[in-house]
Design a protein around this ligand. Structure first.
Ligand SMILES: [Zn+2]
Length: 168
């Protein structure tokens, strides 16, 4: 397994639209393993999209189970989501987001509070999920990457909703 390089803003590859996955072959399984490693190596990442390592395929991994602020919220643990699609959404809420591809900033973005998501797993089997709160937010953030969007593109106000990260 390999930790892949994360591409960062303003690299134009982050603006590309990713392609549907059609082959669930061993190459895909290897890539998913590498993507897992890359997410685990990052600083507190709850999700990663293939776009962030320069692979233009509709693959994301989300795992909010280790997120400290989540406490008692419902979530689905570790998820590999391929060709994901949001079927339904409800409610809107502003919340703070960060991104491994935008390491120096966080920002406030409005997302749906509840979503119904359809996606294939790594074997190509179709799954459906009802998600809420932080998990729903994380999934919407990662799906945006597949369409060439960053949280920077969705800030309510660049002046009031963009925050420089404190140096560690
Ligand atoms: Zn991101």
């Amino acid at each position: 397994m390999t930790v892949l390089d994360i591409i960062t803003y303003p690299d134009t590859r982050l603006k590309q639209i990713a392609n549907e996955v059609t082959d669930f072959n061993s190459k895909l399984q290897c890539f998913i393993q590498d993507l897992e490693e890359t997410m685990a190596a990052g600083p507190g990442g709850v999700g990663i999209a293939a776009t962030q390592v320069g692979v233009m395929q509709r693959i994301v991994i989300v795992d909010v189970s280790n997120y400290p602020r989540l406490k008692n919220a419902k979530h689905h643990g570790h998820l590999v989501l391929i060709n994901p699609e949001i079927l339904d959404w409800q409610g809107m809420k502003k919340g703070r987001e960060g991104c491994m591809s935008v390491p120096d900033f966080t920002g406030n973005v409005i997302r749906a509070e509840n979503i119904v998501l359809s996606a294939l797993d790594e074997k190509g089997e179709k799954k459906e999920f009802e998600m809420e709160g932080f998990e729903a937010r994380a999934v919407q953030h990662e799906l945006d990457h597949l369409d060439g969007l960053l949280f920077l593109d969705r800030l309510v106000s660049r002046r009031n909703d963009l925050f420089k990260r404190k140096k560690q």
